[in-house]
Design a binder for this molecule. Structure first.
Ligand code: FES
Length: 349
């Protein structure tokens, strides 16, 4: 019946996608996801995995309904879903017009490139976290908070690791990553045995949308485990650029032996423009130990009274991020002012 009327009245107009704040409108082909449509039209849309696991393409839906190719709820929290966020790589428009909004800075992120690289140094930071220094064949341009995908040449899949250094204006060729050992993980087991030292690597970078937002709002940074890396990158970048903002850094670890890069944090604190507070929190430190600092879950130690107008910067495993988002909301920091990098299975397998 539809084709009969279409033959009578001409071809049906294609569905359209409008992207804000750029205010670009494009036509969609049937079955196309929002991400596919944007990329097909030459729009530099943030993405990485394209299968709904990394959250790089997280977008706010302003108008229209979409079908979920795979459920957004695997990767996005309930708070994000309630706030209207979707995954562009898994969203197929259902209405004639779909309107979405992305962070304008995301369209200006450096383009993803392929690099030849080599592991030039490793340093054991804790029993299961290694600082890995990689030399790229040319300078890598990235924004503090972003990550790279690394693999041994010929390996089936990449592993994703956040840059732990501040970026440099002309790009940076020597790059540090904090890599956690995954029991049974082929790549990290080989790394910890030293079998990849001085070995060639393939690197794809930069990826991710986690970054420092402008303004002078106080920063509430919360890191868990190897999630310290992108926050060190952001804080080093802010310190080097003499950005003046009050900052609290909460660092969650299991025991004293799992705390690392304390000297790096201490250097950032010593040269910070504004107030800087560092609160390490241990969840599994023996009761009888000498530790006199905070204990329990890192998300339970957000200082009261700090949060007026603050922004949250979070990095770590999904349960920590979800708990932190809920706690920050209780402290009057809404989701719109919380930025994070969630280490989902698609990020750090
Ligand atoms: S690109 Fe959409 S979730 Fe990874």
């Amino acid at each position: 019946m539809q084709s009969f009327f279409q033959s009578l009245f001409g071809k049906k107009a294609p569905k359209q996608l409008r992207i804000l704040p750029q205010d670009v409108t494009i036509d969609l082909t049937p079955g196309q996801t929002l991400l596919e449509a944007a990329l097909a039209n030459g729009i530099a849309y943030p993405h990485d995995c394209t299968v709904g696991t990394c959250a790089s393409c997280k977008t706010r839906l302003k108008q229209g309904r979409v079908r979920e190719a795979t459920p957004f709820g695997y990767t996005l929290s309930k708070a994000e879903l309630d706030a209207g966020y979707i995954l562009a790589c898994q969203a197929v428009p259902r209405d004639e017009l779909t309107v979405i909004e992305i962070d304008p800075l995301l369209a200006e992120l450096p383009p993803v490139e392929q690099f030849a690289a080599r592991i030039v140094a490793t340093e054991q930071l804790t029993h299961d976290i290694l600082k890995v220094t990689v030399q790229a064949d040319r300078p890598v341009h990235y924004v503090a908070g972003q990550y790279a995908n690394l693999r041994v040449p010929g390996a089936a899949r990449y592993r994703s690791y956040s840059f732990a250094n501040a970026p440099q204006r002309k790009g940076r060729s020597t790059l540090d990553f904090y890599i956690r050992k995954v029991p049974g993980g082929e790549f990290t087991e080989a790394l910890f045995r030293g079998e990849l030292d001085d070995e060639p690597m393939e690197m794809e970078a930069p990826h991710g949308t986690f970054h420092l937002h402008g303004g002078d709002a106080p920063m509430m940074c919360i890191a868990g485990g190897s999630g310290l890396a992108p926050l060190v990158s952001i804080l080093e970048h802010a310190r080097a650029n003499r950005i003046k903002r009050d900052c609290t850094l909460l660092f969650g670890a299991r025991t004293q032996g799992d705390l690392y890069q304390l000297e790096v944090i201490s250097n950032i604190a010593a040269n910070w423009q504004g107030e800087f507070r560092f609160i390490p929190v241990l969840s599994h430190e023996p009761e009888c130990s000498s530790w006199a600092g905070a204990r329990g879950l890192v998300t339970e130690h957000i200082p009261a009274g700090f949060c007026e107008g603050a922004e949250g910067y979070l990095c770590g495993p999904p349960p920590m991020i979800d708990a932190a988002i809920a706690r920050l909301a209780e402290h009057a920091i809404p989701l719109e002012r919380v930025f994070y990098d969630k280490f989902t299975d698609g990020r750090n397998p």
